[in-house]
Design a binder for this molecule. Sequence first.
Ligand SMILES: *Cc1c(COP(=O)(O)O)cnc(C)c1O
Length: 366
Amino acid sequence: MIPFLDLKKINREYREELLEACSRVIDSGWYIGGNECRDFEKEFATYCGVDRAIGVGNGLDALTLIFRAYIEMNIINKGDEVIVPANTYIASILSITENDLVPILVEPNIETLNIDIDKIEEAITDKTKAILVVHLYGQAVEMKRVLEIAKRYNLKVIEDSAQAHGAIDNTLNRRVGGLGDASGFSFYPGKNLGAIGDGGAVTTDDMKLANTIEALKNYGSHKKYENLYKGVNSRLDEIQSAILRVKLKYLDLEIAKREEIAKNYLENITNNNILLPKRINGTVWHLFVIRSKNRDRLQNYLLERGIQTLIHYPIAPHKQRAYQEWNGRELPITEKIHNEILSLPISGVQSQEDTYTIVKAINDFN
Ligand SMILES: *Cc1c(COP(=O)(O)O)cnc(C)c1O
């Protein structure tokens, strides 16, 4: 069986260093809000090319806290609209509705599968305050054009970088996380930079925003026992921070290994009934997403040959029960994508032999 993602094998590569990191934390007696988190924040900020990184509990919190901070800063008000791609993971949208803001779903571009930049402007109204871009599947959104639109309409630009640690946007020649006003990252174990548990971070160059989030994630307190806001508790603990410091050192190596596999897929999958992903902008191949009109049959066929695949994602956000108010809406491109996509296995520990087996199986599918 070729697993979709072998986390055990991935973390075993760094076992000695990860254990050393855990021992260091255990022996320090300091488990929350210490040097490991501070050092990781500095190292991750440097990696992303930003002034500040703030560790939080998970990726959803990272995004939610950005909007919450803008509300506390009176830059965004409850009821305001936020433009977001209709083709995304539900967390992007939850971060908006959690703050009583209104998501305006914009169809994706069928080539990039990211937000269709040509459709952003027509979605802007008097109530629009921000654009939440999602660098989905690891491919960076072409940010130059997004920033131009945002500037013209005085909108904040927030990045959901949960799937794209290290991806470079070729239109600005910068890494994701530093392309807009603020960015949310997830360190969920299956992400390209994954912890051994939950974790997330906000990155930004905006000091005021960073300080507001620092307080909000800490019960709304900037100073012990003094509370400015009705905040939350969302922490990146010392063990996860120490683990992430180890794995951050190898992130570029992991990305390079994924690139090898993606190249192999792109060059050697020749089945005309399969649509391969297009590399329009810089990508870290968090997911390698192919499309087929016979997706479900293809998935079963691959499984019969011992190849595990997944669907990211099977139900579009506007078709979810949680967002019943949107269930009647038609977003044909988003729906088409959800019906056709299939994610192939890809990771730093996948052998060439396994990649070959997958390529051959797909080429033999008809
Ligand atoms: C994983 C993910 C999130 C949420 O991150 P968690 O750490 O699981 O909360 C948000 N957005 C996208 C696009 C994701 O893939």
